[in-house]
Design a protein around this ligand. Structure first.
Ligand code: ATP
Ligand code: MG
Length: 694
């Protein structure tokens, strides 16, 4: 940062120096340009004077022409002219110097007389006497007389004075000895002329030197009245010079801001370059950042998918042994009569179930996080969801001696469209928490439909408990993953802190909402709302009554049927699982055959016709789906229409549809729930082979 500031300061100083240099350079160039202009102006002024002088001489030539006319009375005609033209004294001299008209003049004062005697027109100035124009009067190329006109000094300014630069310039005519012939015009009263200032004198000397090589010259010099431009030019055919000066501000009018403007343009360009630079670096930085972000996103995606894959595999690996443990345990529970063993086995069952639900939660959460959780909309019966969750929670509530009540709106539609599995999961999570975090009192489940139209409604589910409640400051943390609040109270209660995070994520995916009201120490109310489709006209009816009636009967575990004639095949690569299933079905008297892999299963299916096949999905070599396909396409297939039930620990939830699509008749999730297994058998075994016991 410090280095950046230093380099910025250096850059600014550098640019400042360049700017000032540029400004000076532009001004110097402007001076040179204006000096050239001054030279031209001086030349023009000199030409004007030259023409004026020439016209004086021409007039004299005309007069001289008249004088030499034969028989002309010289003096008479000259005095006539003099009367009309009084601006200068006219004179007529003989070539021996004798004066015929006007005043006699000395050729020493005015060398132009000598020149005229030699036949040349010329002009001379004699300080104190004036300016004389002389022409020869010729007859047949012989000089007879000299005609002159003498302008005394006091009329010279008026007659030949030069107005320059609109009256702002001061211009005069001088001879080679620097004697002033014609003074400056206009001369304002009290005006201080600057010709005597040393700088100016020196300036004119410079100009004089320049006049040796050029007809005109100009230069800027400082003076008491400010900077001035001095200029000088030769007046052709006279040997006189025109010299003058004009304030710099006058010549610079209109151009004095050019330097400033160039400076401004320079500053503007610098600013533009700075601005552009900033923009570019910003752009570059953003591009670099976005590249980094993309790279980070790619890495995150990669690691996320690796994580998901790992978890999916783990799920299988963990669920398979749990299956075995729970299955064997179930057999202990059924067969043992020893109270101590039974109590151990019950503990194993509860811990196993807990472990299973944790694995399920983690798997679900990893799916949500990797964006792989999909909401599958399909028709379902809400009564079935309500029934299952109520039964399950009722069982748990009873274990904790809590009352469980259901209040369900009788008129709410029963045929809904949505993701049944996820709806079940969300309601179960909230209900489980209510039971978990309530030590005495009751848990109440309320359901109703809101905003009902012909094809849509909002499913309203409310769970109220009389439990420990949640502090206000803890409420925001509730829905964060792995957050468990109020650990002082909860430290004996098991949980991962994922339940509500999954719930709220699932609700978001389903466009639903969840809210909490709670009074610490008194209880909590969780309210969820989920938009669902309506797919039929049936209503829920009096669920409360149905539920209460069913819970009156004590439902204890017992086999409901015997099927000694039924013949089934169980296929699983884990021998333990085969033992478990055999054990579970022992009391139903079903004849169970087992196969440890796909090849064996196919061989057995070729020989025997089974009433039902339980087929594990994940097996090394040939998986369940492959076995199913081959079995169904066997020639003279004995099991072409045998129901095949998929048996797998593979997916937590939502896999059912996939397996049904692949051709399985139904699906049983591992660890196999005894009741579900028995229900499935009763459903798919030929009815004539079942002896119902109830
Ligand atoms: P699990 O992942 O097994 O569900 P958990 O129940 O601890 O673990 P969440 O369901 O996410 O996790 O709940 C988070 C925390 O919110 C709980 O630890 C508990 O402190 C608090 N909580 C949730 N429901 C209630 C409730 N009905 N009454 C009081 N506290 C609750
Ligand atoms: Mg929970």
């Amino acid at each position: 940062m410090f280095r950046l500031l230093i380099s910025l300061a250096v850059l600014i100083v550098l640019l400042g120096v360049i700017g000032v240099g540029l400004f000076a350079r532009v001004n110097a160039l402007l001076d040179v340009y204006m000096e050239t202009q001054g030279e031209k102006q001086a030349e023009t002024l000199a030409e004007i004077t030259e023409r004026q002088f020439a016209s004086e001489l021409t007039t004299l030539h005309v007069i001289a022409g008249g004088v030499v006319q034969p028989g002309n009375d010289n003096t008479g005609s000259l005095s006539n002219i003099q009367k009309v033209d009084t601006s200068g004294a006219i004179g007529l001299l003989k070539i021996d110097g004798e004066c015929l008209f006007g005043e006699r003049q000395s050729a020493v004062d005015f060398p132009c007389i000598v020149e005229a005697i030699h036949g040349n027109s010329s002009i001379s100035f004699c300080p104190g006497k004036g300016l004389m124009f002389c022409v020869p009067a010729l007859r047949s190329e012989n000089v007879l007389y000299v005609v002159y006109r003498l302008y005394p000094e006091d009329v010279l300014v008026e007659r030949f004075g030069i107005v320059s630069y609109g009256g702002e310039g001061r211009t005069r005519i001088v001879d080679l000895n620097d004697s002033v012939i014609v003074g400056s015009l206009p001369k304002n009263s009290g005006e201080m002329l600057i010709y005597d200032e040393p700088e100016i004198v020196q300036g004119y000397e410079e100009l004089n030197r320049m006049l040796y090589t050029a007809g005109n010259a100009a230069v800027f010099k400082p003076s008491k009245i400010g900077d001035v431009m001095l200029y000088a030019a030769e007046i052709g055919g006279t040997g006189f010079h025109l010299t003058g000066y004009v304030p710099k501000r006058v010549v610079m009018q209109g151009v004095q801001y050019i330097g400033m403007m160039v400076l401004m343009v320079f500053l503007f360009l610098v600013a533009a370059v700075f601005f552009g630079g900033f923009l570019l670096t910003g752009l570059e930085r953003r591009m670099r950042e976005s590249d980094k972000l993309k790279e980070a996103a790619r890495i995150a995606e990669k690691s996320n998918s690796a994580k998901s894959e790992f978890l999916a595999n783990m799920s299988h690996e963990i669920r398979t042994p749990i299956n075995a443990i729970l299955g064997m345990n179930e057999m202990i529970l059924r067969e043992s009569r020893e109270e101590k063993t039974l109590s151990y086995a019950r503990n194993v069952e509860s811990a196993g179930n807990n472990l299973l639900s944790i694995v399920n939660d983690i798997l679900d959460f990893s799916k949500i996080e990797s964006g792989k959780m999909e909401i599958v909309t399909a028709p379902y019966r809400f009564s079935s969801v309500l029934n299952d969750v109520s039964n399950m929670i009722n069982f748990r509530a009873r274990e904790k001696k809590l009352a469980f009540k259901v209040e369900a709106q009788k008129t709410m539609p029963d045929n809904l469209m949505g993701d049944e599995v996820r709806i079940r999961q969300v309601i179960t999570n909230i209900l489980n928490n209510a039971v978990k975090y309530t030590n005495e009192g009751s848990v109440t489940l309320r359901v109703r439909a809101e905003d009902v139209t012909t094809d849509r409604l909002t499913l309203f589910v409310e769970v109220e408990d009389t439990g420990i409640g949640i502090r206000k400051e803890d409420r925001e943390k509730l829905f964060k993953k792995f957050e468990r609040v109020d650990l002082k109270q909860n430290n004996t209660i098991e949980g991962t802190g994922l339940g509500l995070a999954i719930t709220s994520n699932l609700l978001t995916l389903m466009n639903g909402t969840v809210s909490v009201q709670s009074e610490y120490g008194k209880g909590s109310v969780f309210t969820i709302r989920i938009p669902q489709g309506v797919g039929g006209e049936d209503t829920l009816g009096d669920f409360r009554m149905r539920f209460e009636r069913s819970t009156d009967r004590v439902t204890e575990h017992s086999e409901n049927f015997h099927a000694p004639d039924a013949h089934i095949l169980v296929v699983d690569d884990t021998r333990m699982n085969l033992v478990v299933i055999e054990g579970l079905l022992k009391r139903t008297l079903v004849q169970v055959e087992t196969a440890p892999g796909g090849e064996e299963a196919l061989a057995m299916a070729k020989e025997n016709a089974y009433d039902l096949i339980l087929l594990d999905q994940r097996m090394p070599g040939m998986d369940g789906t492959e076995v199913l396909k081959r079995m169904k396409s066997m020639e003279e297939g004995r099991n072409a229409s045998t129901p095949v039930i998929c048996l797998t620990a593979d997916a937590v939830t939502g896999a059912r549809e996939r397996y049904l699509q692949e051709g399985f008749t139904d699906y049983l999730s591992k660890p196999v729930d005894t009741k579900a297994l028995e229900r499935t058998l009763m459903k798919y075994l030929p009815p004539e082979k079942i002896d119902s016991l109830t």
